[in-house]
Design a protein around this ligand. Structure first.
Ligand SMILES: Cc1cc2nc3c(=O)[nH]c(=O)nc-3n(C[C@H](O)[C@H](O)[C@H](O)COP(=O)(O)OP(=O)(O)OC[C@H]3O[C@@H](n4cnc5c(N)ncnc54)[C@H](O)[C@@H]3O)c2cc1C
Length: 401
């Protein structure tokens, strides 16, 4: 069998089989057969995760299961197939006066992959994609097609919302939307010290606020950012605006439909770690991270990305009942970056840092039990949905087996 690799190329494996499926019934049959023969089975979104959360024996290719099924403008809900990308939602929702309430740095991920890993954008009032999941149809580990909704199974929904594919293969997702909105986006270069002065006010003023801090002069080009030198921050501040407002646009400002504003362009040249830390500790975290990265120079040349996410109810979301400052760091492919990443992990641990499921981390079952108050409840639901453990793999078994 051909080797499977993720988008950035830091994870690869050889599945025993890759099978294209296009309906829930086909998935049911495949999973039931897998359970009977003790074969492990999973599916993949667009392979943008940096962690080994796709690896399995039988990989189901759901590429044909892409597209919007139904838009309910009154209830502000959309039903979509699992491989629908974030970008696929923009235009059709707009035509119905609707939008995704927030988006991350790219819009190419599948909605199922984004929900499964609590993919997020930035903004103090906005939770991750997981929190927007109102219900889903999924094939559980016995091959049964199950429907979970907020009304019928609130506990199962809280488990499913961030479940890394461990409860089943989602065949249709219902996502809560926002009214369509325009954004006025400003990008400024500011010295680190100025950011410390303005941060507290800005995160309340702007709908979206996020920044990249540059440890070196060469850092900015690694993420296709421009003009920022060592110890500068590229600060992104977005306000919701009425499109009829007259807004004078400077050279680093844009105004457009929201879904056109969010996406950035990345090259697959970084291996990323991301942790979620209590927002109230933001000043200590920024100062300590800067100190640690400068001490570890020259390996820590990638920009430090800082974002914000609101608290949410998903049991295994890093934002479970806590608003977070999100800290992303990257290692350079080919470089011996593990000591640097481990040093960051130790610092994050001091702040009770929780991991992004799609980014590299150093979790153990003990750590998860300490960090996630509903961890045991999640394990119970996981075992109920997948009694034979067909959705586990060598990375997930020690964490959730
Ligand atoms: C360039 C780049 C930019 C990024 N930007 C951000 C960002 O701004 N914010 C952020 O939070 N993250 C970001 N990420 C991380 C990324 O959003 C997550 O890793 C996300 O999971 C990727 O979505 P995907 O569709 O590629 O999922 P995959 O990586 O393909 O899969 C993720 C998980 O979902 C499971 N899964 C997929 N489909 C289904 C299904 N139908 N049913 C059940 N489980 C399923 C898979 O088995 C796997 O466990 C970025 C990553 C890259 C490479």
């Amino acid at each position: 069998m051909a080797t499977w690799a993720n988008w950035v190329g830091n994870q690869s494996f050889e599945p025993r089989d890759v099978v294209a499926v296009s309906t829930a019934e086909e998935i049911q049959q495949r999973v039931a057969d897998a359970a009977a023969s003790r074969t492990r089975v999973r599916t993949v979104g667009t392979a943008h995760s940096f962690t080994p959360i796709v690896e399995t024996d039988l990989l189901l290719d759901t590429s044909a299961m892409r597209g919007i099924v139904h838009i309910d403008a009154d209830q502000q809900l959309v039903r979509a197939l699992p491989k629908t990308t974030i970008g696929d939602f923009g235009e059709p929702l707009w035509e119905h006066g609707l939008a995704l309430a927030n988006q991350g740095d790219i819009d190419t991920q599948a909605i199922a992959g984004s929900v499964a890993t609590a993919t997020h954008g930035s903004g103090r009032r906005f939770p991750s994609f997981s929190a927007t999941l109102e219900g889903a149809k999924l094939v559980d580990g016995t091959g049964q097609l199950v429907e979970v909704t907020r009304q019928t199974h609130p506990d199962h929904l809280a488990a499913l919302q961030t479940s890394i594919g461990l409860l089943g293969i989602m065949t249709e997702l219902t996502i809560k939307l926002a009214p369509a909105y325009h954004l006025h986006a400003r990008t400024d270069i500011m010295p680190f010290d100025e950011v410390l002065e303005t941060f507290a006010d800005d995160i309340d003023t702007y709908r979206h606020y996020g920044l990249f801090w540059m440890p070196t002069d060469e850092s900015a080009r690694l993420y296709n950012l421009e003009g920022a030198g060592a110890d500068d921050c590229v600060v992104k501040r977005y306000l919701e605006v009425d499109p009829t407002d007259t807004v004078e646009l400077g050279p680093h400002e844009r105004m457009d439909r929201a879904y056109r504003i969010y996406p950035m362009v990345y090259d697959p040249n970084f291996h990323e770690v991301e942790y979620f830390l209590p927002l109230e500790r933001w000043r200590d975290i920024l100062v300590e991270m800067r100190r640690l990265m400068l001490r570890w120079h020259p390996l820590s040349i990638y920009p430090l990305e800082i974002r914000l996410v609101a608290a949410e109810d998903a049991w295994m979301s890093p934002n479970y009942h806590r608003e977070n400052l999100v800290v992303s760091i990257s290692g350079q492919p080919g470089a011996e970056y593990w000591p640097y990443l481990r040093a960051c992990d130790s610092l994050f641990a001091e702040f009770g840092g929780r991991p992004h499921w799609g980014k590299m981390h150093f979790m153990t079952a003990d750590r998860l039990a300490r960090l996630f108050p509903r961890y045991e409840n999640f394990l119970d639901v996981r075992r109920r949905f997948d009694p034979n453990g067909v959705f586990l793999n060598d990375h997930l078994q020690p964490l959730f087996g």
